[in-house]
Unconditional design. Structure first.
Length: 141
């Protein structure tokens, strides 16, 4: 899908909820190469079927034929940090960093469809809409 021509960091939605301070501190302490695990809560999830559209619809990150990064609230994965500020414009405009990550596996690389933000949210990579809220995060290395 890709970012729309009207995308601006100014328009990125602010998270108005509350995330525990120790979780924010843990997210802020992540470094490139750190392995971590997390538990999440669904923030927004919209369903579309043939007869019923629920708006607004969330964006669906493009994977360009690659496997999308698996993220779910009822499974455990080990992730590895790739970049601790992959959206410098977001830090400049909103004061939060975007952390890109992947599943820690030697044999597979997934398309990084989501980002962990230092406000305690996980957002899709294209419009930076909020999909999940961090409930628990543990640095493993």
């Amino acid at each position: 899908m890709g970012r729309s021509l009207s995308f601006s960091y100014k328009n990125v939605m602010k998270f108005d909820g509350v995330v525990q301070e120790h979780l924010i501190d843990t997210i802020n302490s992540l470094k490139v190469g750190d392995k971590f695990s997390m538990k999440i809560n669904i923030y927004l999830e919209y369903y579309v079927d043939e007869d019923d559209f629920t708006f607004p619809l969330t964006r669906s990150p493009s994977t360009y034929g690659s496997m999308p990064l698996p993220i779910c609230n009822d499974c455990e994965y080990e992730y590895i940090v790739d970049n601790i500020n992959d959206e410098p414009g977001l830090l400049t405009e909103k004061g939060i960093r975007s952390i890109s990550f992947n599943i820690y596996e030697n044999d597979k690389q997934y398309f990084k469809t989501h980002r962990l933000l230092t406000d305690g949210t996980i957002r899709e990579c294209e419009g930076l809409g909020i999909n999940y809220i961090i409930e628990e995060i543990t640095i493993l290395t």
